[in-house]
Design a protein around this ligand. Structure first.
Ligand code: UDP
Ligand code: MG
Length: 308
Protein backbone atom coordinates (compact mmCIF):
# COMPACT_ATOMS: atom_id res chain seq x y z
CA UNK A 1 0.00 0.00 0.00
CA UNK A 2 1.33 3.42 -0.93
CA UNK A 3 1.65 6.05 1.71
CA UNK A 4 1.27 9.70 0.71
CA UNK A 5 2.57 12.45 2.96
CA UNK A 6 1.09 15.90 2.55
CA UNK A 7 3.29 18.67 3.91
CA UNK A 8 1.60 21.96 4.74
CA UNK A 9 3.80 24.88 5.84
CA UNK A 10 1.68 27.27 7.90
CA UNK A 11 2.39 30.76 9.06
CA UNK A 12 -0.62 32.56 10.57
CA UNK A 13 -3.11 30.43 8.70
CA UNK A 14 -5.92 30.11 11.27
CA UNK A 15 -8.41 31.41 8.73
CA UNK A 16 -7.40 29.19 5.84
CA UNK A 17 -6.63 25.94 7.70
CA UNK A 18 -10.20 24.71 8.24
CA UNK A 19 -10.89 25.04 4.50
CA UNK A 20 -7.71 23.21 3.60
CA UNK A 21 -8.32 20.41 6.07
CA UNK A 22 -11.77 19.82 4.64
CA UNK A 23 -10.31 19.55 1.15
CA UNK A 24 -7.52 17.15 2.03
CA UNK A 25 -9.88 14.92 3.98
CA UNK A 26 -12.06 14.83 0.89
CA UNK A 27 -9.04 13.95 -1.23
CA UNK A 28 -8.05 11.12 1.11
CA UNK A 29 -11.59 9.77 0.93
CA UNK A 30 -11.39 9.75 -2.85
CA UNK A 31 -8.19 7.72 -2.71
CA UNK A 32 -9.11 4.86 -0.36
CA UNK A 33 -6.34 2.57 -1.61
CA UNK A 34 -3.65 4.93 -0.38
CA UNK A 35 -2.71 5.71 3.16
CA UNK A 36 -2.35 9.40 4.04
CA UNK A 37 -0.46 11.44 6.56
CA UNK A 38 -0.93 15.19 6.96
CA UNK A 39 2.12 17.00 8.28
CA UNK A 40 1.51 20.59 9.34
CA UNK A 41 4.53 22.76 9.94
CA UNK A 42 3.73 25.62 12.27
CA UNK A 43 6.30 28.22 11.32
CA UNK A 44 6.13 30.37 14.45
CA UNK A 45 2.56 31.54 13.87
CA UNK A 46 1.33 34.33 16.10
CA UNK A 47 -2.34 33.41 15.79
CA UNK A 48 -4.26 30.27 16.73
CA UNK A 49 -2.75 28.10 13.98
CA UNK A 50 -1.04 25.71 16.39
CA UNK A 51 -4.14 25.29 18.58
CA UNK A 52 -6.15 24.52 15.48
CA UNK A 53 -3.65 21.92 14.33
CA UNK A 54 -3.69 20.31 17.78
CA UNK A 55 -7.47 20.15 17.69
CA UNK A 56 -7.30 18.44 14.31
CA UNK A 57 -4.80 15.95 15.68
CA UNK A 58 -7.10 15.00 18.53
CA UNK A 59 -9.82 13.88 16.14
CA UNK A 60 -7.65 12.56 13.30
CA UNK A 61 -4.54 10.48 13.86
CA UNK A 62 -3.34 11.06 10.31
CA UNK A 63 -2.49 14.59 11.44
CA UNK A 64 1.07 15.28 12.60
CA UNK A 65 2.80 18.53 13.26
CA UNK A 66 6.16 20.14 13.78
CA UNK A 67 6.06 23.49 15.51
CA UNK A 68 9.05 25.84 15.27
CA UNK A 69 10.46 27.97 18.06
CA UNK A 70 9.98 31.07 15.86
CA UNK A 71 9.32 31.99 12.24
CA UNK A 72 12.02 30.40 10.09
CA UNK A 73 10.41 30.94 6.69
CA UNK A 74 8.65 28.67 4.24
CA UNK A 75 11.88 27.14 2.97
CA UNK A 76 12.73 25.88 6.44
CA UNK A 77 9.15 24.63 6.76
CA UNK A 78 9.50 22.62 3.57
CA UNK A 79 12.75 21.07 4.76
CA UNK A 80 11.29 20.17 8.16
CA UNK A 81 8.28 18.62 6.43
CA UNK A 82 10.41 16.54 4.09
CA UNK A 83 12.42 15.31 7.06
CA UNK A 84 9.31 14.37 8.99
CA UNK A 85 7.52 12.68 6.08
CA UNK A 86 7.43 8.89 6.16
CA UNK A 87 5.48 8.27 2.97
CA UNK A 88 6.88 6.82 -0.23
CA UNK A 89 5.17 9.69 -2.03
CA UNK A 90 5.45 13.19 -0.65
CA UNK A 91 3.53 16.30 -1.59
CA UNK A 92 4.08 19.95 -0.68
CA UNK A 93 1.00 22.09 -0.52
CA UNK A 94 0.19 25.63 0.62
CA UNK A 95 -2.30 26.16 3.41
CA UNK A 96 -4.31 28.80 1.56
CA UNK A 97 -5.86 26.52 -1.10
CA UNK A 98 -3.97 28.30 -3.88
CA UNK A 99 -2.80 24.78 -4.66
CA UNK A 100 -5.90 22.69 -5.42
CA UNK A 101 -5.51 19.46 -3.37
CA UNK A 102 -7.71 17.59 -5.84
CA UNK A 103 -4.82 17.67 -8.34
CA UNK A 104 -2.88 15.26 -6.13
CA UNK A 105 -4.97 12.38 -7.39
CA UNK A 106 -3.99 13.12 -10.96
CA UNK A 107 -0.36 13.56 -9.93
CA UNK A 108 -0.32 10.22 -8.18
CA UNK A 109 -1.79 8.48 -11.20
CA UNK A 110 0.91 10.02 -13.41
CA UNK A 111 3.68 8.86 -11.11
CA UNK A 112 2.22 5.37 -11.00
CA UNK A 113 1.56 4.86 -14.69
CA UNK A 114 4.14 7.04 -16.39
CA UNK A 115 7.89 7.13 -16.01
CA UNK A 116 8.19 10.24 -13.82
CA UNK A 117 9.74 10.97 -10.43
CA UNK A 118 7.85 14.15 -9.77
CA UNK A 119 4.71 15.88 -10.93
CA UNK A 120 4.92 19.62 -10.38
CA UNK A 121 2.59 22.49 -11.07
CA UNK A 122 2.93 25.88 -12.57
CA UNK A 123 0.56 28.77 -12.93
CA UNK A 124 -0.25 29.78 -16.46
CA UNK A 125 -1.39 33.24 -15.41
CA UNK A 126 -0.91 35.64 -12.55
CA UNK A 127 -4.49 36.75 -12.23
CA UNK A 128 -5.21 38.81 -9.13
CA UNK A 129 -1.59 39.83 -8.69
CA UNK A 130 -0.43 43.44 -8.93
CA UNK A 131 0.90 44.07 -12.50
CA UNK A 132 4.20 45.48 -11.23
CA UNK A 133 4.83 42.30 -9.28
CA UNK A 134 4.05 40.12 -12.31
CA UNK A 135 6.39 42.18 -14.45
CA UNK A 136 9.31 41.81 -12.06
CA UNK A 137 8.57 38.14 -11.53
CA UNK A 138 8.80 37.57 -15.30
CA UNK A 139 12.09 39.47 -15.51
CA UNK A 140 13.47 37.46 -12.61
CA UNK A 141 12.75 34.14 -14.31
CA UNK A 142 14.29 35.38 -17.55
CA UNK A 143 17.40 36.54 -15.75
CA UNK A 144 17.96 33.52 -13.54
CA UNK A 145 17.52 31.11 -16.43
CA UNK A 146 20.05 33.05 -18.44
CA UNK A 147 22.72 33.11 -15.77
CA UNK A 148 22.18 29.82 -13.99
CA UNK A 149 22.72 26.27 -15.22
CA UNK A 150 19.83 25.11 -13.07
CA UNK A 151 16.48 25.49 -14.72
CA UNK A 152 13.94 27.52 -12.77
CA UNK A 153 10.53 27.25 -14.38
CA UNK A 154 8.49 30.46 -14.70
CA UNK A 155 5.36 30.31 -12.61
CA UNK A 156 6.46 27.08 -10.94
CA UNK A 157 4.89 26.52 -7.57
CA UNK A 158 6.24 24.45 -4.74
CA UNK A 159 3.07 22.36 -5.05
CA UNK A 160 4.17 18.91 -6.25
CA UNK A 161 4.16 15.19 -5.59
CA UNK A 162 7.53 13.44 -5.46
CA UNK A 163 8.82 9.93 -5.06
CA UNK A 164 10.79 8.96 -1.97
CA UNK A 165 13.95 8.81 -4.07
CA UNK A 166 13.67 12.46 -5.04
CA UNK A 167 12.79 13.52 -1.50
CA UNK A 168 15.92 11.81 -0.20
CA UNK A 169 17.98 13.64 -2.81
CA UNK A 170 16.54 16.98 -1.68
CA UNK A 171 17.22 16.15 1.96
CA UNK A 172 20.87 15.60 1.08
CA UNK A 173 21.03 19.27 0.14
CA UNK A 174 21.18 20.56 3.65
CA UNK A 175 22.37 24.07 2.76
CA UNK A 176 21.33 26.90 5.00
CA UNK A 177 20.39 29.39 2.27
CA UNK A 178 17.56 27.47 0.68
CA UNK A 179 15.90 28.30 -2.60
CA UNK A 180 13.58 25.39 -3.29
CA UNK A 181 12.72 26.30 -6.85
CA UNK A 182 16.41 25.93 -7.66
CA UNK A 183 16.92 22.87 -5.47
CA UNK A 184 14.11 20.97 -7.21
CA UNK A 185 15.74 21.69 -10.56
CA UNK A 186 19.24 20.95 -9.35
CA UNK A 187 18.50 17.42 -8.08
CA UNK A 188 17.21 16.59 -11.55
CA UNK A 189 14.88 13.58 -12.01
CA UNK A 190 12.04 13.47 -14.48
CA UNK A 191 9.42 16.07 -13.77
CA UNK A 192 6.04 16.32 -15.41
CA UNK A 193 4.55 19.81 -15.40
CA UNK A 194 0.87 20.42 -15.13
CA UNK A 195 -0.49 23.91 -15.58
CA UNK A 196 -3.39 25.45 -13.75
CA UNK A 197 -4.96 28.85 -13.55
CA UNK A 198 -4.04 31.03 -10.64
CA UNK A 199 -6.41 30.71 -7.69
CA UNK A 200 -6.59 33.42 -5.07
CA UNK A 201 -6.11 32.44 -1.45
CA UNK A 202 -9.31 31.44 0.40
CA UNK A 203 -8.70 33.51 3.48
CA UNK A 204 -6.00 35.44 5.28
CA UNK A 205 -3.21 37.37 3.62
CA UNK A 206 -0.10 36.67 1.62
CA UNK A 207 3.11 36.81 3.64
CA UNK A 208 5.08 38.25 0.77
CA UNK A 209 5.79 41.93 0.42
CA UNK A 210 7.39 43.28 -2.72
CA UNK A 211 10.69 43.84 -0.92
CA UNK A 212 10.48 40.35 0.55
CA UNK A 213 10.08 38.85 -2.91
CA UNK A 214 12.91 40.97 -4.27
CA UNK A 215 15.33 39.78 -1.57
CA UNK A 216 14.17 36.20 -2.10
CA UNK A 217 14.91 36.49 -5.81
CA UNK A 218 18.42 37.78 -5.05
CA UNK A 219 18.87 34.79 -2.78
CA UNK A 220 17.88 32.53 -5.66
CA UNK A 221 20.33 34.13 -8.04
CA UNK A 222 23.20 33.98 -5.57
CA UNK A 223 22.43 30.41 -4.55
CA UNK A 224 22.25 29.08 -8.10
CA UNK A 225 24.59 31.19 -10.15
CA UNK A 226 28.09 32.59 -9.77
CA UNK A 227 27.69 34.60 -12.95
CA UNK A 228 27.40 37.95 -11.10
CA UNK A 229 30.99 37.43 -9.95
CA UNK A 230 31.99 37.03 -13.58
CA UNK A 231 30.16 40.26 -14.37
CA UNK A 232 32.24 41.99 -11.71
CA UNK A 233 35.45 40.73 -13.34
CA UNK A 234 34.25 41.76 -16.79
CA UNK A 235 33.63 45.28 -15.51
CA UNK A 236 37.16 45.34 -14.15
CA UNK A 237 38.74 44.25 -17.43
CA UNK A 238 36.55 46.58 -19.46
CA UNK A 239 37.47 49.64 -17.42
CA UNK A 240 41.18 48.78 -17.48
CA UNK A 241 40.94 48.69 -21.27
CA UNK A 242 39.11 52.02 -21.42
CA UNK A 243 41.63 53.61 -19.05
CA UNK A 244 44.49 52.33 -21.18
CA UNK A 245 43.03 53.91 -24.31
CA UNK A 246 42.37 57.17 -22.47
CA UNK A 247 45.93 57.36 -21.13
CA UNK A 248 47.32 56.75 -24.60
CA UNK A 249 45.20 59.56 -26.00
CA UNK A 250 46.30 61.99 -23.28
CA UNK A 251 49.99 61.17 -23.66
CA UNK A 252 49.68 61.53 -27.43
CA UNK A 253 47.90 64.92 -27.13
CA UNK A 254 50.47 66.19 -24.63
CA UNK A 255 53.37 65.26 -26.93
CA UNK A 256 51.72 66.78 -29.99
CA UNK A 257 50.00 69.88 -28.62
CA UNK A 258 51.64 70.59 -25.25
CA UNK A 259 49.82 70.91 -21.93
CA UNK A 260 46.32 72.22 -21.49
CA UNK A 261 44.31 71.73 -18.32
CA UNK A 262 40.80 70.76 -19.37
CA UNK A 263 37.93 68.51 -18.55
CA UNK A 264 37.75 68.95 -14.80
CA UNK A 265 34.02 68.17 -14.79
CA UNK A 266 34.34 65.14 -17.02
CA UNK A 267 37.14 63.79 -14.82
CA UNK A 268 34.86 64.06 -11.81
CA UNK A 269 32.11 62.22 -13.68
CA UNK A 270 34.47 59.41 -14.57
CA UNK A 271 35.68 59.14 -10.97
CA UNK A 272 32.12 58.95 -9.72
CA UNK A 273 31.18 56.42 -12.36
CA UNK A 274 34.09 54.13 -11.71
CA UNK A 275 33.67 54.54 -7.97
CA UNK A 276 30.07 53.42 -8.39
CA UNK A 277 31.01 50.38 -10.41
CA UNK A 278 33.62 49.45 -7.81
CA UNK A 279 31.13 49.62 -4.99
CA UNK A 280 28.65 47.64 -7.05
CA UNK A 281 31.21 44.89 -7.64
CA UNK A 282 32.25 44.94 -4.00
CA UNK A 283 28.59 44.54 -3.16
CA UNK A 284 28.33 41.46 -5.37
CA UNK A 285 31.40 39.99 -3.69
CA UNK A 286 29.94 40.83 -0.32
CA UNK A 287 26.74 38.98 -1.13
CA UNK A 288 28.58 35.76 -1.88
CA UNK A 289 30.84 36.22 1.09
CA UNK A 290 27.93 36.73 3.46
CA UNK A 291 26.19 33.60 2.15
CA UNK A 292 29.42 31.65 2.54
CA UNK A 293 29.78 33.04 6.06
CA UNK A 294 26.30 31.84 7.01
CA UNK A 295 26.89 28.44 5.40
CA UNK A 296 30.13 27.88 7.30
CA UNK A 297 28.41 28.52 10.61
CA UNK A 298 26.39 25.35 9.98
CA UNK A 299 23.41 26.64 11.88
CA UNK A 300 20.36 24.39 11.95
CA UNK A 301 17.76 25.22 9.30
CA UNK A 302 15.00 25.27 11.91
CA UNK A 303 14.48 24.65 15.61
CA UNK A 304 11.58 22.57 16.88
CA UNK A 305 9.62 23.64 19.92
CA UNK A 306 7.20 20.74 19.90
CA UNK A 307 6.03 18.03 17.59
CA UNK A 308 3.70 15.10 17.40
N1 UDP B 1 4.55 30.32 4.92
C1 UDP B 1 5.37 29.80 5.92
N2 UDP B 1 6.29 30.62 6.51
C2 UDP B 1 6.45 31.93 6.16
C3 UDP B 1 5.63 32.43 5.11
C4 UDP B 1 4.71 31.60 4.52
O1 UDP B 1 5.26 28.63 6.28
O2 UDP B 1 7.29 32.61 6.73
C5 UDP B 1 3.54 29.44 4.29
C6 UDP B 1 2.12 30.02 4.29
O3 UDP B 1 1.45 29.71 5.49
C7 UDP B 1 1.49 29.34 3.10
C8 UDP B 1 2.67 29.20 2.13
O4 UDP B 1 3.85 29.31 2.92
O5 UDP B 1 1.00 28.05 3.40
C9 UDP B 1 2.64 30.25 1.04
O6 UDP B 1 2.57 31.54 1.60
P1 UDP B 1 1.72 32.71 0.96
O7 UDP B 1 0.38 32.20 0.56
O8 UDP B 1 1.79 33.85 1.88
O9 UDP B 1 2.59 33.02 -0.35
P2 UDP B 1 2.03 33.28 -1.83
O10 UDP B 1 1.03 32.20 -2.13
O11 UDP B 1 1.41 34.63 -1.77
O12 UDP B 1 3.25 33.20 -2.67
MG1 MG C 1 -0.58 31.81 -1.13
Amino acid sequence: MDRISLIVPCYNEEQALPFLYKEIVKLAAEMPDQEFEFIFINDGSKDRTLELIKELREQDDRVHYVSFSRNFGKEAGIYAGLEAATGNYVSLIDADLQDPPSLIKEMYESLKTEDYDCVATRRIDRKGEPPVRSFFAKQFYKLINKISDTEVVDGARDFRLMTRQMVDAILEMSEYNRFSKGIFGWVGFKTKWIAFENVERVAGQTKWSFIGLFLYSLEGIIAFSTRPLVIASVFGILFCAIAFVMISVIVFKKLMFGDDVQGYASTLCVIFFIGGIQLFCLGILGQYLSKTYLETKKRPIYIVREKA
